[in-house]
Design a protein around this ligand. Structure first.
Ligand code: NAD
Ligand code: UDP
Length: 335
């Protein structure tokens, strides 16, 4: 039966794909966003649908709407953006979680939290299973995001234990794809935009740090599968692609795929930048019957096509005015 589904952060990168997917599934979607890092352009094609509604709202304030399910995605996710106003980032994660949990409780509906691999911090266990408790610097510049998300997880499980709320917590590992903002600041969008513009590719540190990149369509399938599980499934469940590569390898791949003349340049490594990251997805396989199916090359090809078209249309308009003046806090590495 068709449901009315709330997606907070629905105008962002992942949220916009989720709204698409839920509408295609025959549901009504209420997209709530304050447009901090998201953009109406990401959901422009949905605005004419009578099954889609967009509401400008900040999740740090309570929300009174009637829905059957809630996906809570509202939070800046790129280190550049979440560190620009760190107090606001923590408030968004913590107060946003409380407000959306209160809404779910009043309506007695399931709620999914977009948590993150950042709850593992700079992991000493590799790959990371859900049972790993993490290695987070509580006072570093990433803490606003990491601890905000950890507190949100604690709140979700307390609402579950205390109020028998149906919760679904997923820990998302680095995800990429179309609808990332060209000034998002994360590595995949940075490298592709730099390569397409023929600008220097900025490798932070020596580039030997690793990540495992998941294409957004794979992630969205897992999100819907998680929401569709019965009430006994709470998570947390890791969602990501276990294919791990170094940042240097990613840069070489992007240069090759874009046929770019860009040079590789090294910049200071951000403070507390995790050295390695790869999800253990045993739980996702067993509980959701899910695993990623889009190979990095195929996902990157689609993402390159997206940015190529965007840059051709908007070329001159893509000034850096969306970027906060201060980037991530960095440490000198000698490069
Ligand atoms: P994004 O920045 O593109 O999207 C975040 C959205 O939330 C934006 O539309 C933004 O405007 C909105 N938002 C921010 N603060 C808000 C507030 N106070 N009230 C209402 N809306 C607000 O980032 P994304 O990559 O799409 O991430 C979506 C979610 O997934 C985030 O919660 C993020 O922490 C989580 N996540 C993403 C990744 C990833 O690799 N993309 C990894 C782990 C977790
Ligand atoms: N990174 C980089 N150049 C960039 C942006 C990021 O070398 O222009 C590195 C960053 O230091 C990190 C990795 O790429 O080691 C992934 O960074 P991102 O911001 O995408 O996500 P994170 O996993 O750190 O949250």
């Amino acid at each position: 039966m068709a449901k009315r589904i709330l997606v907070t952060g629905g105008a962002g990168f992942i949220g916009s794909h989720l709204c698409d997917r839920l509408l295609r599934g025959g549901n009504d979607v209420l997209c709530v966003d304050n447009f901090l890092t998201g953009s109406q352009a990401n959901v422009e094609h949905l605005l004419d649908s009578r099954h889609f509604e967009i509401m400008e709202h900040d999740v740090t304030s309570p929300l009174r709407v009637e829905v059957d399910q809630i996906y809570n995605l509202a939070c800046p996710a790129s280190p550049v953006h979440y560190q620009a106003d760190p107090v606001r980032t923590t408030k968004t994660s913590v107060m946003g979680a409380i407000n959306m949990l209160d809404l779910a409780r009043r309506l007695d509906v399931p709620i999914l939290q977009a948590s993150t691999s950042e709850v593992y911090g700079d992991p000493e266990v590799h790959p990371q299973p859900e049972s790993y408790l993490g290695n987070v610097n509580t006072i570093g510049p990433r803490a606003c995001y990491d601890e905000g998300k950890r507190c949100a997880e604690a709140l979700f499980f307390d609402y579950h234990r205390q109020h028998q709320l149906q919760i679904k917590v997923i820990r998302i590992f680095n995800t990429y794809g179309p609808n990332m903002h060209p000034d998002d600041g994360r590595v995949v969008s940075n490298f592709i935009v730099q390569a397409l513009r023929g600008e220097d590719i900025t490798i932070y540190g020596d580039g030997s740090q690793t990540r495992s990149f998941c294409y957004v369509d794979d992630l969205v399938k897992a999100m819907v599968a998680m929401m569709d599980t019965d009430g006994s499934v709470t998570g947390p469940i890791n969602i990501g692609n276990p294919d791990e590569i170094t940042v240097n390898q990613l840069a070489e791949l992007v240069i090759e795929m874009t046929n770019s003349n860009s040079r590789l340049v090294h910049k200071a490594l951000p403070v507390d930048d995790p050295r390695q990251r790869r999800p253990d997805i045993t739980q996702a396989r067993q509980v959701l019957g899910w695993e990623p199916s889009v190979q990095l090359r195929a996902g990157l090809a689609r993402t390159v096509r997206y940015f190529d078209a965007l840059l051709q249309v908007n070329g001159a308009n893509l000034a850096q005015d969306n970027l906060p003046e201060q980037g991530p806090f960095t440490v000198e590495t000698g490069f």
